[in-house]
Design a protein around this ligand. Structure first.
Ligand SMILES: [Zn+2]
Length: 205
């Protein structure tokens, strides 16, 4: 480890440590005392950020993968002109679509009623919706091996529970941060609210 030694046994003379201590006080203690702690962001701001975490989308026809901000069920990829859908991951232990290292199969729940309009936005036509290919459950790979006629309602429910929105590793970390920020906001609200009305608090969003 390099840098000045505060105990005076390093390369600097013992008289250097009061100066170092004064510097520490100036850097750490004084700003903390003179600056009021800002209130945490509003619940809505935190919630909006939570929706916008990086999310994987997969295009309907070619299977192109796009990572972009979340919060949308689908959108039109300007390059390919395809509708892209938010990715789901099948965590069924016996899913035939698992990767060589057990990676969950990623799928989309495309509805043929949604189509790309010439202006690059998503349109919806209920008449087209009927053309959506039928499958047993969300995961097309599990749908091949499932026998719905012999499944109990609990087994069918378990299959649907095992297909979850796919979360990218970077989104998992960000969601954890945002959940912690939300917890601080909830606590802040609890401390600044009296029954029936909010306490006046300067700078509260
Ligand atoms: Zn599956």
């Amino acid at each position: 480890m390099t840098g000045p030694s505060l105990c005076g046994r390093g390369t600097r003379p013992a008289t250097a440590w009061p100066a170092a201590t004064a510097l520490l006080v100036a850097l750490v203690v004084v700003p903390a005392c003179s600056r009021p702690v800002p209130p945490p962001r509003s619940r809505d701001e935190i919630f909006q950020d939570r929706l916008r975490v990086p999310t994987l989308y997969i295009s309907e026809t070619s299977g192109k993968r796009i990572v972009t901000e979340g919060g949308r069920m689908n959108f039109v990829d300007k390059e390919s002109g395809e509708v892209c859908w938010v990715a789901w991951a099948c965590h069924a232990p016996n899913c035939p679509g698992r990767g060589p290292n057990g990676e969950p199969f990623l799928c989309i729940e495309a509805d043929a009623g949604f189509y790309a309009k010439p202006d690059g936005t998503v349109g919806y036509d209920p008449k087209r919706s009927g053309r959506t290919p039928k499958r047993v459950g969300m995961c097309p790979q599990c749908s091949v091996i499932r026998k719905p006629e012999s499944e109990t309602p609990e087994q069918a429910m378990e299959y649907s529970r095992l297909v979850q929105l796919h979360q990218l590793p970077e989104a998992v970390a960000r969601i954890k941060e945002l959940d912690e920020e939300m917890a601080r906001r909830v606590e802040w609200d609890r401390q600044h609210t009296v029954i029936g009305r909010a306490k006046p608090a300067a700078g509260a969003p």
